[in-house]
Design a binder for this molecule. Structure first.
Ligand code: PMP
Length: 433
């Protein structure tokens, strides 16, 4: 396409990857299920695990000619790599043999103490290191909670839309996800009451990302936090609070986590993926002792123990380096990029398009003009060398067709400007069809 070097290739590659030929030649797709030589032998749970369209998208979106607003990566180029190199070298000199060994399944004691200090700064004041389980990212924490709490057919309530990786975990556990409607103030308490009332069995838990949510960037207001806790308390509904973004605040501090308001019935998931380094894969779950013991058992059966090396690295980072200063660096960088994205959206998007204004985190969520299907439009966007994630990926019920997630943490401001400009052209053309 003139002026679009590589654009046609991108669209064709994506179309090829999402077609039935995806994967091996011996696979064939019948009514959405992929059959292969092993189909009869698989466990039932794997049949419910849908192929991630996002995987196909990321393969194309990572081509240099594409401005990817599709990712969810922090910008690790902002980390002080030379200092980190020295820190890792010193760590090996001081603790090399221990860092190269197995460690307790619950995680390193010193790291769990540091984690409690991190949580105290967000308002979770009285957490004990004994109640922390170190995990391979918050993702493993979610998976452990699913192992401990979910049987096939169980109902999980979650915001609609919600984090795609959580949907994957719930799908693998063969649970049924029921979405709770949200608006600019987060999940709607009346909708939560209604979802509980409509469930044919009592839901096992509410999964929520109350602060700078992925994918919407929306934050549950203070008033609604109290209402949600009250509802869950009245109905005996457990809460899984997933909080990877709470420290990435741009417009003043967010409301305190749900777990800061009660230590009863809230399991809290934390991670260093957004405040330090996702590649180290260190996160945690805070849970009361009985649940903690089950989580440790489940984790030991999955992975024996988290990496001693990356735990030692995070412990050293937290105790010897100015990590809070580094979080401020991330905040400032992302705030500038958020501002750029919001300004460019306002300048260039056609009438009928709306979007969220995140107070922190990594994402903007956009509603397309009426009648546009974001998944159907993606090949055109890739042909114009811009990528986003269609909204359907964040729903378990086929919702989100008219929506998309846009990331502002990874692309530079310049790339954001160019990406939004290209996207506006694609959407404008789609409104004329
Ligand atoms: N929860 C949410 C809401 C996320 O956005 C992510 C990562 N994108 C995770 C959990 C998983 O994070 P981790 O890297 O700690 O596994």
């Amino acid at each position: 396409m003139p002026g679009n070097p590589g654009g046609d290739d991108c669209a064709a590659e994506y179309a090829g990857m999402t077609s039935e030929s995806i994967g091996a030649a011996r696979e064939v797709t019948v009514s959405g299920t992929t059959l292969d030589d092993y189909t009869d032998r698989y466990a039932a749970r794997i049949h419910g695990m849908a192929q991630s369209e996002i995987r196909a998208l990321f393969a194309v979106a990572s081509r240099p000619e594409v401005v990817s607003l599709a990712g969810g990566n922090p910008d690790t180029t902002a980390l002080p790599m030379a200092e980190l190199g020295d820190m890792f070298a010193q760590l090996l000199r001081d603790n090399g043999p221990a860092a190269m060994l197995y460690c307790p399944g619950q995680g390193d004691t010193r790291l769990r103490e540091e984690i409690c200090r991190v949580m105290a700064s967000t308002g979770i004041a009285a957490a004990s290191p004994d109640d922390v389980v170190v995990t391979v990212g918050a993702q493993q924490g979610l998976s452990l909670l699913a192992t401990v709490f979910l049987d096939p057919g169980d109902i999980v309530l979650a915001e609609g839309p919600t984090y795609v990786g959580a949907l994957g975990v719930f799908q693998a556990a063969q649970a049924r996800v029921r979405h709770v409607t949200m608006d600019a103030e987060g999940l709607i308490p009346e909708a939560l009451e209604a979802a509980i009332a409509e469930s044919d069995t009592p839901p096992k838990f509410l999964y929520t990302v109350p602060t700078y949510q992925n994918p919407t960037g929306v934050t549950l207001t203070d008033r609604r936090r109290a209402a949600v806790l009250d509802i869950c308390d009245r109905h005996g509904l457990l809460i899984v609070e997933d909080d990877p973004y709470g420290m990435l605040a741009f417009d003043g501090e967010p409301p305190a986590p749900l777990r800061a308001r009660t230590d009863d019935g809230v399991f809290y998931l934390g991670t260093f993926s957004k405040t330090f380094a996702a590649g180290l894969r260190v996160g945690w779950v805070l849970a009361p002792p009985a649940v903690r013991d089950k989580l440790v058992l489940a984790s030991e059966s999955q992975i024996l123990c988290p990496s001693a090396f990356t735990q030692a690295a995070v412990t050293r980072y937290l105790s010897t380096m100015p990590w809070r200063q580094q979080v401020k660096v991330f905040r400032t960088l992302y705030q500038e990029r958020r501002d750029t994205m919001l300004a460019c959206l306002a300048e260039s998007m056609p009438a009928g398009m709306t979007w969220t204004r995140p107070g922190g985190g990594l994402f903007v969520w956009a509603d397309l003009p009426h009648g546009i299907d974001s998944k159907a439009m993606l090949p055109q966007a890739l042909a114009e060398r811009v990528a986003y994630v269609p909204g359907t990926g964040f729903h378990a019920d086929g919702g989100g067709t008219g929506q998309m997630r846009l990331n502002f943490s990874f692309p530079t401001s310049e790339r954001i400007r160019e990406g939004v400009r290209r996207l506006a052209g694609v959407i404008d053309a789609a409104t004329r069809l």
